[in-house]
Design a protein around this ligand. Structure first.
Ligand code: HEM
Length: 154
């Protein structure tokens, strides 16, 4: 779900610098570094979206990630800021890391729970250092050098 080498940077940055709760950290990580960038669909009939027609039979990728990083919906979208979720409603169409509608991910609560347990043990039982690295945002989020990390028990 969250690998150290790709999504880990957001979690590590947050925990090192912020004293916010796990829920907000996980939500912000899902916004910026979700493993799922979008969902595939097939048009069962001609569909018109804002003047563009998706012809019947065509497959397309709804690129959820572009919405998560759109400054129309998020102030400073490339800034990792768990605090934004203090005030903000998660249940809007501008936040859909688990998809939506009939195909909404049934594992979303389990995924959040697993991430919370992982984070709890990481911050309470371990220390770590990382090398400098660069986040690549397109087309999927990953670290340029895979973010090597050294972990030690406290
Ligand atoms: C961070 C973790 C996870 C993310 C980001 C995620 C994301 C998603 C997304 C976006 C979809 C919708 C796919 C679509 O509309 O085509 C989906 C579907 C699904 N997910 Fe997850 N998921 C996660 C964890 C889990 C877990 C832990 C389980 C089960 C234990 C799970 C089980 C499923 C299943 C069975 C579907 C298919 C639902 C259907 O087609 O009706 N997912 N997931």
């Amino acid at each position: 779900m969250f690998t150290f080498y790709t999504k880990g940077i957001y979690i590590l940055l947050a925990i090192k610098s912020l004293n916010t709760n796990y829920h907000q950290v996980i939500t912000e990580t899902l916004r910026m570094g979700n493993v799922i960038i979008g969902v595939m669909r097939k048009a069962m009939k001609d569909v018109e979206v804002k003047g563009y027609v998706i012809p019947k039979g065509w497959c397309f990728l709804a690129y959820l990630r572009s919405v998560h990083l759109d400054k129309l919906y998020y102030e400073s979208p490339y800034k990792f800021n768990p605090w934004r979720w203090q005030e903000r409603d998660m249940s809007t169409s501008s936040f859909s890391p688990f998809g939506g509608g009939q195909r909404l991910c049934p594992g979303l609560d389990l995924a959040r729970l697993e991430a919370s347990i992982f984070l709890h043990h990481l911050v309470t039982r371990f220390r770590w250092t990382t090398e400098e690295d660069t986040i690549i945002n397109f087309p999927t989020v990953h670290m340029k050098n895979k973010l090597p990390i050294w972990i030690k028990r406290r």
